[in-house]
Ligand binder design. Structure first.
Ligand code: SAH
Length: 494
């Protein structure tokens, strides 16, 4: 019989493993404990916070033996912020943790045999310098107890903004931009948005930087319109200051008057400069297939609402792998589902016969079309819509429906050679997967930012006639528990 713990009890535990959310896992008297902020190798005194039948949650009280895998976190806020769940874990150990996370998901959630998983999994691609890698930041704006405007992060599961402008994952310029905006708000008494009352004006500050070009975008998320032309009080004064910051290319507002925790509103107005920033992605050592296309660079326009990979250094490695897995020879017909601004699509297009991208955000598709034009790519086209709607519509009515009758390649698109998917965390919709199976491509390349839904979807694709050939994780989000994975599936010979 397990000893039953009660809330607030103290106990000692040796942390032997780490869970999917970065919590330490250990046993005390045979009873499993999930310990927040503990890392593998710690022996710790912990306080029970919640008791369940088979296990309990606990909080770290005191380290009795410090794990050899512990490291001093760079960020003083890392425990409160919750953005970096595993910053206290040595980086090489973080990589091992993520490799295991993907492996475990494939085995436990995907039902794949450990031998198979170990055969197809290559080792995770890590970062050389795992700091200051993020090209995008979204800071909430709030008011502190003394009525001062603050920006930083929400303290774990609350709406209280803890002031902090120096996230060590973000661009160094963020601090100056944030201080410029908050100083302007103080000076002209512009109130921060209050989530409780739905009043106040400035909700969030979105900052994006093209790491290659140095171009910076600032987008202020505003609750309501202030006047005919001024979206924020004394707009001209603010723009004048922001324009002085090196690299500033685009300043806009996003109107969000909803009582929601969705950050961005759909309506965007450019206040200064360009509506987009541009960035460059290089893809190196792409393929060993002999197609003369190794090493390539493309330029991309990015608007405030469009998705763009947040870690440029690792994105190049991720895309290189995805392209290598796609194994193009110059003739293939390829679908790129969940294509965003067409990044993967356009790299694919350079090595394929034709590429068709699908994406649900209209602005991202506008960017994708512009990106094809900028890069002189003519064999890529893009559709706005949900993958699970566009793909079946195309498959059912391909000949006379979405593509013009006899339009070049429309029949090939019903039976493409390769399908690439890169869905959000919730993975692919069942209808999308089902249509992919009916289209019977030779290869499917699955790029995933959540290995649990990846495992679930791979099971469906494998039950539908595919087999996993290669899997490789890429560390796109150092210090967090998130992991990106690329997987190559091939259609089994009948
Ligand atoms: N491949 C792109 C984008 C990947 S992120 C890149 O590497 O940059 C996932 C994208 O899927 C986002 O742009 C999101 O807007 C889009 N999306 C989300 N749900 C979708 C759906 N049901 N159908 C099509 N696109 C969707």
């Amino acid at each position: 019989m397990n000893r039953i713990y009660r809330k607030n009890d103290l106990t000692t535990v040796t942390v032997e493993d780490m869970g999917a959310d970065g919590e330490g896992i250990g046993k005390a008297d045979g009873f499993t404990l999930f310990v927040k902020d503990a890392v593998v190798g710690d022996v710790a005194q912990v306080r029970i916070t919640k008791v369940k039948k088979q296990y309990a949650y606990a909080r770290l009280e005191k380290l009795l033996t410090v794990s050899p895998f512990r490291t001093e976190p760079k960020c003083p806020w890392h425990r409160q912020c919750g953005g970096c769940q595993i910053q206290a874990l040595e980086y090489t150990k973080q990589l091992e943790y993520k490799q295991n996370k993907v492996r475990n998901h494939l085995i436990r959630l995907g039902g794949f045999a450990p031998e198979l998983v170990d055969r197809v999994m290559e080792s995770i691609v890590g970062m050389e310098d795992p700091y200051r890698y993020r090209n995008k930041a979204q800071y909430p704006v709030g008011t502190d107890r003394d009525g001062r405007i603050v920006t930083g992060f929400y303290a774990g599961r609350t709406h209280t903004v803890i002031p902090s402008t120096e996230c060590c994952l973000g661009a160094a310029e963020n601090k100056e931009i944030l201080e410029t905006v908050t100083a302007h708000m103080e000076r002209y008494r512009i109130p921060a948005y209050d989530e409780e009352t739905g009043r106040g004006q400035v909700r969030h500050i979105l900052i994006r930087k093209g790491f290659y070009t140095g171009e910076i975008m600032v987008c202020l998320v505003i609750n309501g319109k202030y006047g005919e032309r001024e979206y924020i009080c004394h707009q001209a004064q603010l723009l004048e200051k922001l324009a002085l910051i090196k690299g500033m290319t685009s300043v806009s507002v996003s109107i969000n008057t909803e009582k929601t925790n969705v950050i961005m509103g759909k309506e965007i107005h450019t206040l200064w400069g360009s509506p987009v920033i541009s960035d460059v992605i290089h893809v190196r050592d792409m393929r060993q297939t002999g197609y003369p296309c190794t090493g390539q660079q493309l330029t991309f326009a990015i608007s405030p609402l469009s998705f763009y990979q947040v870690n440029p250094v690792q994105t190049e490695k991720l895309y290189s792998l995805a392209l290598e897995y796609a194994g193009l020879t110059g003739r293939e017909t390829v679908w790129d589902l969940y294509c965003g601004i067409g990044t993967i699509s356009l790299f694919l297009a350079s090595g394929a016969g034709q590429v068709c991208g699908v994406e649900v955000i209209p602005q991202a598709i506008e960017d994708a079309i512009e990106n094809a034009r900028r890069n002189g790519i003519q064999n890529a086209r893009f559709y706005v819509g949900k993958a699970e709607e566009v793909l079946p519509a195309f498959y059912e009515r391909g000949k006379d429906g979405m593509a013009a009758p006899g339009e070049n390649g429309s029949e090939d698109l019903r039976h493409p050679d390769v399908i690439v998917v890169d869905p959000p965390r919730k993975g692919c919709d069942g209808v999308c997967l089902d249509t992919m199976l009916r289209m019977r491509p030779e290869r499917i390349v699955y790029v995933s930012c959540d290995s649990a839904t990846l495992a679930r979807d791979l099971r469906i694709l494998c039950d539908g006639g595919y087999e996993i050939k290669r899997v490789r994780a890429v560390d796109q989000f150092a210090h967090t528990v998130h992991v990106e994975t690329v997987c190559l599936l091939a259609r089994k010979a009948q």
